[in-house]
Design a protein around this ligand. Structure first.
Ligand code: FES
Length: 107
């Protein structure tokens, strides 16, 4: 693992998402709760819409274009028209107040 700090945790309050780029890979940081953050690729598997323009509800991100939904823990689709998974990247909250992703597992 190669943890790379990508955004201060205070910039992504619980229940919100934020677009970041790590080594040129566009990701969406999903702050599910105070203690949980996930990262997914910023590209819907249905028709390539940027997911960062969508919304987060619990562990589900909704695509802004056609309403497809994905579980941010696994990348698996949970509502049509999304039918195939998106990439996920391990993410964690650091003790010094950042959200970090594993740069070795970028899409
Ligand atoms: S582009 Fe995301 S559901 Fe169609």
């Amino acid at each position: 693992m190669s943890w790379t700090k990508v955004v201060r945790a205070t910039e992504v309050p619980a229940g919100t998402i934020k677009a970041v780029a790590v080594d040129g890979s566009p990701l969406v940081i999903c702050r599910v709760s105070e203690g949980e953050a996930f990262a997914v690729e910023d590209c819907c598997s249905h028709d390539d819409a940027p997911l960062a323009g969508g919304s987060l509800s619990d562990h589900v991100i909704e695509c802004p274009r056609h309403g497809g939904q994905f579980d941010v823990r696994t990348g698996q689709p949970v509502r049509m028209p999304a039918a195939s998974a998106i990439d996920t990247v391990p993410a964690q909250l650091t003790e010094d107040g950042w959200i970090a992703v594993d740069a070795e597992q970028l899409p």
